[in-house]
Write a protein that binds this ligand. Structure first.
Ligand code: MN
Ligand code: MN
Length: 318
């Protein structure tokens, strides 16, 4: 069985080689792998700053720093799983519906093979075709959505598909188990008093940043876990969930958010849930002069992969 793992930085220095996620081999294979990191360099859905098309490249570049052992979760990732950097899916810049078809089709071989895709956006509009592909394989899934925005808007400039509408569209298209879905981190100015209630009326559980801090991180983790239960889940992580002091490189930043440490704790709290796909979206390198945003995004993706490894470890010992 093939066993794909990163290049060992003690044998080849980190700055050497072509930049793939975590220095994994760049292979468009579905054989012998548990996960695949997949770039989705599309940002035509953005409503303010553009540039998330360069997100995958920036995250890959700094991910060369990541080491194999997750000390907090106590797991040696590649002792339990195998993974590749699958490269970027094809997209058509400026043409969102064409790109949606290309993204959905591009993910199908991975999902058909039972591989967990870990997508690097791109703006948040890419989550809709990802969910279409996932639902085609697994049926509707629970959504665990970290974001400072609920992305449940209806139309922008008269159009249905933007980075502000994917969660509403996913629900309309029957891609979500809404009773198991939760949105966390909403904050900042909104259009109207009832803007967030709209998402709740659609059926989402929605925890604002203020509510999250009132209940505390441990209670929040429990709330997510109770909500998702045994359902198959999709984790969608918009980097603007995190405070712009830690993650300035993004398109629609909102102040007063989570720190990087709090975020890592939250993501680790998802251990044991049945997560079938992940994405990390809205990283904009041109607003990220010190690469701190990309570095944080890479480390959160590293936690995603660690969760996959923990699942494999547990499965092997069960
Ligand atoms: Mn978003
Ligand atoms: Mn957002």
């Amino acid at each position: 069985m093939p066993d794909y793992r990163p290049v060992d930085p003690r044998k080849s220095p980190r700055f050497a080689g072509i930049k793939t996620f975590m220095r994994l081999p760049h292979l468009e294979t579905t054989e012998g792998i548990d996960f695949a990191v997949v770039g989705v360099p599309f940002d035509t859905g953005a409503s303010f700053r553009v540039g998330a098309r360069f997100g995958p490249e920036a995250i890959r570049s700094v991910s060369a720093l990541l080491r194999h052992y997750n000390e907090v979760l106590d797991v040696g990732i590649f002792d339990h799983c195998s993974g590749v950097d699958y490269g970027d899916l094809p997209v058509n810049p400026g043409y969102i519906e064409d790109s949606y078809e290309m993204i959905e089709e591009g993910l199908e071989p991975l999902l058909d093979a039972g591989v967990v895709p870990v997508m690097l956006g791109g703006d948040h509009s890419v989550t809709l075709p990802e969910l279409r592909a996932v639902a085609k394989k697994y049926g509707p899934v629970a959504l665990i959505h970290f974001d400072s925005h609920s992305d449940t808007g209806d139309k922008r400039f008269g159009k249905k598909y933007t980075h502000g509408t994917p969660m509403r569209r996913a629900l309309e298209e029957g891609l979500l188990l809404v009773e198991n879905s939760i949105q966390v981190g909403m904050r900042g100015s909104i259009y109207a008093r009832d803007s967030l209630d709209e998402a709740r009326e659609m059926g989402f559980d929605l925890v604002t940043t203020n509510q999250a801090f009132e209940m505390g991180l441990e209670a929040l983790i429990k709330r997510i876990r109770d909500r998702v239960g045994d359902a198959k889940a999709f984790v969608s992580f918009d980097i603007d969930f995190i405070d712009p002091a830690y993650a300035p490189g993004t398109g629609t930043p909102e102040v007063g958010g989570f720190t990087s440490r709090e975020t890592l704790r939250l993501v680790r709290g998802l251990d044991g849930l049945d997560i079938v796909a992940y994405d990390m979206v809205e990283v904009l390198p041109q607003y990220d002069p010190s690469q701190v945003t990309a570095l944080l995004a890479a480390n959160i993706v590293y936690e995603f992969i660690s969760l996959i490894a923990l699942g494999k470890k547990r499965g092997a010992s069960a």
